[in-house]
Design a protein around this ligand. Structure first.
Ligand code: PT1
Length: 260
């Protein structure tokens, strides 16, 4: 899953693809590199980010979704928590909703069920503005798994078939370095939920903390995390660096094919 942010304030590519044509050229490069899916976001959810008003998010995202759907044969995902944008994105041809709030916003569950799209349900403790202040868990793996099980139950009760759901532990969303590393080490524990696991680790601050490197210098670390996640059963990797990540996955597949 290639990340396409049309925001002024995203942590890595903020402001780079605000212009719809620039966004489309970047999408083209990710598709040429082998992306299977593109994730369009118009509201930054990085730590400390301020909420984006609905109209601004719609104005950023919808023209890009329309152009992507017209130009590329691959599914387009929209990274949003707002039911109004979910509805408009579906009308524009989006195939998937990527919701960091896991359909907890008012009306989101009903809207997603009605639209019949694929949905990614993500775990977050707190809200972006303040989630990194002091994240606390007794058992992070069990709490994230139990939360996701609850959201799967809520979604299926609302009429979303389980076959259309993905789950995501939400790396960096209300988690310390220790919490993020435990979740990655124990990622196979999420397999029991019975939905494909999506992970977003690309260039995040856990690598800043681990390696003491700025966001521009986290590619090698991101590739290591992508490999570790894939080996632990992640089905979808949400990444900025599609070509490099696919090289890693090809190497992994070549070795796994020969394993007894
Ligand atoms: C994610 C994700 C996302 N991440 C899904 N959607 C972001 N499903 C946006 C940092 O610590 O992991 N899964 N949509 C980006 N959010 C963050 C969070 C960016 C933390 C940076 C950090 O640096």
């Amino acid at each position: 899953m290639g990340v396409l942010n049309v925001t002024p304030d995203s942590f890595y590519d903020g402001g780079r693809f605000l212009d719809c044509n620039v966004a489309l050229r970047h999408a083209e490069a990710m598709v040429a590199a082998g992306a299977d899916l593109l994730d369009v976001g118009g509201e930054s959810t990085r730590p400390g980010a301020e909420p984006t008003p609905l109209q601004a998010e719609m104005d950023r995202v919808l023209p890009v979704v329309e152009a992507l759907v017209a130009e590329f044969p691959l599914p387009v995902s929209v990274d949003t928590s707002k039911p109004e944008l979910m509805r408009a994105a579906a009308a524009a041809g989006a195939a998937m909703i990527n919701d960091v709030l896991a359909l907890r916003a008012a009306g989101a569950l009903e809207t997603a069920a009605e639209l019949g799209l694929t949905v990614c349900l993500m775990h977050m403790q707190g809200e972006p503005r303040s989630m990194q202040r002091n994240p606390v868990y007794a058992d992070v793996v069990r709490e994230v798994r139990d939360f996701l099980a609850g959201r799967i139950a809520a979604a299926t009760a609302a009429g979303l078939p389980k076959e259309r759901l993905l789950v995501d532990p939400g790396f960096g969303f209300g988690k310390s370095l220790e919490h993020n590393l435990r979740l990655l080490a124990e990622l196979p524990a999420l397999q029991s939920l019975g939905c494909p696991v999506l992970v977003g680790l690309s260039r995040k601050s856990l690598l800043g903390k681990l390696l003491d490197r700025p966001v521009e210098e986290r590619l090698a670390g991101s590739l290591a995390l992508a490999l570790l996640a894939a080996q632990r059963g992640a089905a979808v990797l949400r990444v900025h660096d599609v070509a490099e990540t696919l090289d890693v996955l090809r190497v992994l597949a070549a070795v796994e094919k020969r394993q007894g």
